[in-house]
Design a protein around this ligand. Sequence first.
Ligand code: FAD
Length: 490
Amino acid sequence: MDRSGKRAQFTPAEHKFLTGLRTGPANFEFKNWANTFSSKPMLYLAPQTEGEIIELVRIANKHRLTIKPIGCGHSPSDIACTDALMLNMDKFNRVLAHDPYACTLTVEAGVRLHQLHQMLHQRNMALSTLGSISDQSIAGAIATATHGTGMDYSDLSAMVIELVIIDGSGNRLKCSTAQNKDLFDAARCSLGALGIITQLTLQCEPAFTLHAVQTPENLDNILNNLSEVVYSAEHVRFWWFPHTDSTVVWRANRSSLPPQPSPESFLRDRLYGFHYYQLQLYKARFNPDRIPKLTEEHFSNRFDRRIEWVDDSFKVFNFDCLFPQYVNEWAVPWENAAEALRQLRIWINAQARDPKGVRVHFPVEVRFVKENDVWLSPAYQRTVCYIGVIMYRPYHKAVPYKKYWKVYEDIMRTLGGRPHWAKAHKMYYYDLLDAYPKFADFAKLRAQCDPNNVFVNDYIARHLLSPSEQADLLAAGDTSSKITDEQPKL
Ligand SMILES: Cc1cc2nc3c(=O)[nH]c(=O)nc-3n(C[C@H](O)[C@H](O)[C@H](O)COP(=O)(O)OP(=O)(O)OC[C@H]3O[C@@H](n4cnc5c(N)ncnc54)[C@H](O)[C@@H]3O)c2cc1C
């Protein structure tokens, strides 16, 4: 059996149907944003209707193929990879309903966040919180519990109040708190494992202006007063510059002040902050001892001053993530955040004293997310602190990151961490059973929604399937590659 479908014998009608949905160049190769994972789907298809998706699920079941819907491929892992049928969901991009009184908007699942902001803005509404970028599709963002920051604000999955999903048997299921409640709680963060989401309704709020203030602060002062810091504004995040104790704290509140756009400067932020910095990091690959000094310089030239700006919320939440990178991000109960950062600092400083030690890049990004009731959200039943670490890949070139990741993950795991689903991690079935009270329920529901494993790619097999389910897939020859470890490309 070949799940990538190289031996599938389609009928002439199926062949015509599939050919009609083809998109992209022949031999299309999927690459994620950071170019760290890639795959060559057998067919890259762009359906436009739910009927077409249901027919694709029927064909996949008949020929024992798998299907992977994607957003914009921003996940820094192989979660969106497949060598079988890959679905580009860009044609699912319409507004379906708007309720101004309840402040809700129903959209198709492929809508990108930047399109969604415009759709909402035109209707005088906005999302209550956002992550660093707005390139993602709304379905891709909720599939991995994409989050922003704020002790009273949860992740994007928790903003969904109703959705429609087509499961692995081709059933079209509507779910909400009032209908198919278990499916609703599971599907709001499903990693794409339960089916294809075609539309969803979001709880929004009236459009608002944010007033952001960014200040340089000392890491110890923040960690010693963390409970004051996290409640010092509606949305608080900070970036620590490792190898130093310098930190930048970003605070934002809803405001009625007149707009005052971000004080960005081409020279400082683009030429120096992006291009010069990338060149310096490239050179530091041959001389890593330069990295701590580079970090210090970068902090004092770009961040060592107070700045503030006022603008539409969606313009203020996002920020420039610079260039491709390896990233790792886990969420710990927020009360453990200071301990996690202290342990990480001890290790980074010890490495800096060792001539052969690892030199890490800035920043370590720290954000807070309110607890919710989405079964697989890292914020399920607990308010969390996400701590993100990063190693840039200047001009797509490799840098050593594995030792840093190992120590970071050990710290986060010991402190009760749950990994961000979009990012490559090493939590498997039994770890997840321990970490998530509802993981067993999710696994059971997955088997019901997808009895023939139509939505199982290597990531899903590796992380969500039990050892016996994995063994069944392997025995049937139903997996195309290793399912025991991920292989990030350097
Ligand atoms: C530069 C950068 C900045 C980022 N910033 C943040 C941040 O601030 N906060 C944060 O939490 N994350 C952040 N991320 C991670 C990002 O939000 C997630 O990886 C998100 O899942 C990407 O969305 P996507 O549309 O690219 O989805 P993809 O990466 O294309 O897919 C992700 C998953 O969604 C599933 N999926 C897509 N569409 C559907 C559908 N219609 N039905 C069912 N499943 C579907 C896919 O099958 C896959 O499993 C960032 C990533 C990058 C590269």
